[in-house]
Design a protein around this ligand. Structure first.
Ligand code: ZN
Ligand code: ZN
Length: 276
């Protein structure tokens, strides 16, 4: 009864929820999402943790987002050599941080350690790094997890980030738009070509949602980008289904580029997943 009354109340119920949220903030002081030290606002890093996280900003490849040591590293059109020679299916990939000794424990805790409470803070950093991509997106979709993995882990960390980004940008999120047609083995130790083979046809668009894609700019969201092979497979499926364009936004990316499978060791140290 109470539930129905509040649903009917509409604006009043929203006001009450807003007041309750603010009261909760006052009771639980905002804390750094890494170490728990007091900060000015929820979702921020404290002054000690902030410098340890390496933000990715220009200069970076205009396409895949890989950071350049200096602007002179850029090839024609602001691209890295790999994107110039073999462009990916997606238009742009952006990441908030480098995937390194600072960000890695946070992302592993988020993915495997039930720290789902980190989603809003991670999404906030992602929204800053990918502001342009987010503004242009018509739809936000997470990289899908295979059903078996979803059952084992109980949540898809990419879907939590997608939902949090949708709230920040007020954009529609379709968590089940993409699906895994089969489970893929961990990609970390495979060559670029073997990754492509392993992923071929493994990601597909959910047929009943096909109508949502035609002409849409889609933002694919994940926690970590390594070689980009998984993001590329998502983009290929979306473009084949009629998407106007696909961008990719992640919390962190490895410093290795798209076609450097030998350097792409991030996965071996904990990404027992089909990431690529
Ligand atoms: Zn801290
Ligand atoms: Zn590139």
């Amino acid at each position: 009864m109470a539930l129905r009354a509040s649903a009917e109340a509409g604006p009043l119920a929203r006001l009450a929820r807003g007041l309750l949220a603010r009261a909760a903030d006052a009771l639980v002081p905002p804390s750094c999402f890494v170490c728990g030290a007091a900060v000015a606002e929820q979702g921020l890093l404290c002054a000690a943790c902030f410098p340890r996280f390496r933000l990715i900003g220009p200069p970076h490849c205009h396409c895949c987002g890989i950071p350049f040591a200096h602007a002179g590293e850029a090839e024609e059109g602001g691209l890295c050599r790999v994107c110039l020679e073999r462009p990916p299916a997606y238009d742009r990939a952006r990441a908030a941080w480098l995937y390194d000794e600072a960000s890695k424990p946070v992302l592993l805790a988020f993915k495997y350690g039930d720290r789902t409470d980190l989603a809003p803070a991670l999404a906030r950093a992602m929204a800053r790094a990918g502001a342009g991509l987010l503004a242009e997106a018509d739809l936000i979709v997470p990289v899908p997890l295979h059903r078996k993995r979803l059952i084992a882990r109980r949540y898809n960390q990419a879907a939590l980030l997608a939902r949090a980004l949708g709230r920040i940008a007020a954009k529609p999120v379709l968590p089940s738009l993409l699906r895994r047609t089969r489970a893929t083995a961990p990609l970390a130790d495979l060559s670029a070509l073997a990754r492509r083979r392993a992923l071929a046809g493994a990601i597909a668009v959910t047929p009943r949602l096909l109508g949502r894609i035609a002409g849409a700019r889609v933002l694919v969201v994940d926690d970590v980008l390594t070689s980009g092979a998984t993001a590329d497979a998502c983009a290929e499926a979306l473009l084949a289904a009629g998407a106007a364009g696909v961008d990719v936004l992640v919390a962190a990316r490895t410093p290795a580029g798209r076609a450097s499978p030998g350097l792409d060791g991030a996965g071996a140290a904990g990404e027992g997943d089909a990431h690529g």
